[in-house]
Design a protein around this ligand. Sequence first.
Ligand code: ATP
Ligand code: MG
Length: 738
Amino acid sequence: MTAATHSTLFPQVPDTPDAVLDGLDPEQREVALALHGPVCVLAGAGTGKTRAITHRIAYGVRAGILQPATVLAVTFTNRAAGEMRGRLRQLGATGVQARTFHSAALRQLQYFWPKAVGGELPRLLERKVQLVSEAAARCQIRLDRTELRDATSEIEWAKVTQTVPADYAAAVVKAQRDAPRDPAELAQIYSTYEQLKRDRSVIDFEDVLLLMVGILQDRADIAEHVRGQYQHFVVDEYQDVSPLQQRLLDLWVGDRDDLCVVGDASQTIYSFTGATPDHLLNFRTRHPGATVVKLVRDYRSTPQVVHLANGLLSQARGKAADHRLELVSQRDKGPEPVYTEYGDEPTEAESTARRIRDLIAAGVPAGEIAVLYRVNSQSEVYEQALADAGVPYQLRGAERFFERAEVREAGTALRGAARAGGNDSLLDGADDLAAQVRAVLSTKGWTTRPPAGSGAVRDRWESLAALVRLAEDFEAARPGATLTDLVRELDERAAAQHAPTVQGVTLASLHAAKGLEWDAVFLVGLTEGMMPIAYAKTDEQVEEERRLLYVGITRARVHLSLSWALSRSPGGRASRRATRFLNGLRPGSGTVGARGGTGGGGGIDRGTARTAANRAPAVERKPRSPVRCRVCGRTLTDAGEMKLMRCEDCPSDMDEGLYERLHDWRAAQAALLGQPDFCVFTEKTLMAIAEAVPSTEGELVVIAGVGNRKLNRFGTDVLAICAGETVNDEAPQDTDET
Ligand code: ATP
Ligand code: MG
């Protein structure tokens, strides 16, 4: 670990308020110094918007201009809020509330409910779908899974646009919205859903904001109380504010104007939920005296990544695009983006996992790598591929690190050791802080080398390893620090929810990646139908998809990979095409459409794609036969169904007894290997085996999720179990892990 990393993880708290400003460029500094009155920052991705507002708050607090408890910073996700609290703390400013709209509103609602309404706040409904389904049934409307999801989204849209059931149909017309079914029916479901909630005394996610808005509107005394507490407001990612959030913000601010908003219209990716960049773009109209600052220097990404991002935006159309800002990279040049076309999806995933393994071997930390996709269901094939490649991953981010059981246990153990001081025999011979921490955490499952594979055991180890790294960095930054100092640091971080970087590759949807950054980003599944997503029909919807890709591209600091597969299943018909958004930007894709580009393809080596393809081992191009349903013969395209080798709905002919025996055997293997069960075989693969009852290696290897590697490791056992024999529980030899 380099000195630079220590200083990033444990930067010295700036000595003076002015020193807080040192890390800013002139425009960012202008933002930080504009502490009163309305401020609007319009800037592209990676230009330091979040950094500017964080420094602004820290400077204001440190200079004594802002009272920390009177500042409310609103960010988009809990993770972003946690990061902001962490950054504020590093800048020496504590006590500022950094929350999402939802968590800020929920906190206020819990506090004011007894006074405003009386009694306990109703229980918060975790998921709407069940209740929406019940509501539809009461209205005698049958909805399949997709229709149910659409109906639920419509209800959410109606609520965030503050549309009551009776007005829904008219609102759909007014917003020129393409309702997924007859608006009258949807209004009926919506109304019944609201009634069911009342009957059962539950509230949903949107109600939290709606109720708080209602209370602030109706109760002048409570509004005054809230306004007395918060006097300065900062909103990050303001381009995606919904009408309901805006209404709440207006009520918080009242007739004052200490409001600072930052955003990038080109990153509007939630308009499908009712969010709109209008509030950002019209800010100056609503606040004529506003300080407006534009930032164009991109500090995040290399010129190669920025070139592609600019090229993509140059093709954008519509309102948000009219406000685009051309980014100028401030970084040294890096590798060109790599474009790769694969034969099928599993091959794309396997190859991506291999490339990630190579990057890690070349020194890129796993925590600095992300695989981003359009819809969450795309994650499964990547989870499996990374698990097979022995690469640790996490399915979103490092949020709530300090809430994890193993981290809390480790904290208790460290606290105990710190209290015992020199009297703890555990610490004998451990003369420096990091060695002491390693000694204590080894009683909790930390080992010098990580356990093989991914999953729960590995996750636990990763958390402990993150604490060990944190201790090493802490000691390097503060020589002579004691265990007590470290425990205090951990407590403070836990209070600020500032998690250390966990060393796992992030798997996330493009939506969830907003505001974040990684050294290496893999944008996968970039086919027409996924990007833009099939249900994006109108020009506006397609533009939103383009912006989503822009968000994805601009998450990368250095390495950027864009890939797609021509067919979903191995051996399937190559019916897919690469996303239209890369036309004219990637090598060999023709010219840009009507609006033209800024020479987006110019900087990209045409050989890159070929090189990437050439590097791929022969096995990737080996044609595989399509997977067909064993029962009805239909060609399968769904990953889960492909593993089962039948349609989910087709009848199962599974041998239940065999399935039970395989299950027990899997649990024993997993325990022996110290890995989670799914690393041996996933549930679907196990079911497929119990249904197929293979009697030869040939029959076993073709079952999805088996393959040569697992055949070598477990084939003998599985075939023996299928033949009704008993097998002993010795750990198999790992023959191909080199
Ligand atoms: P997004 O639009 O994706 O939310 P952003 O505009 O909020 O991006 P930040 O996340 O604040 O950008 O900054 C991007 C990266 O650039 C961060 O790593 C940040 O620390 C760095 N950065 C920003 N401004 C500067 C600066 N003046 N000097 C050095 N690094 C900077
Ligand atoms: Mg940001």
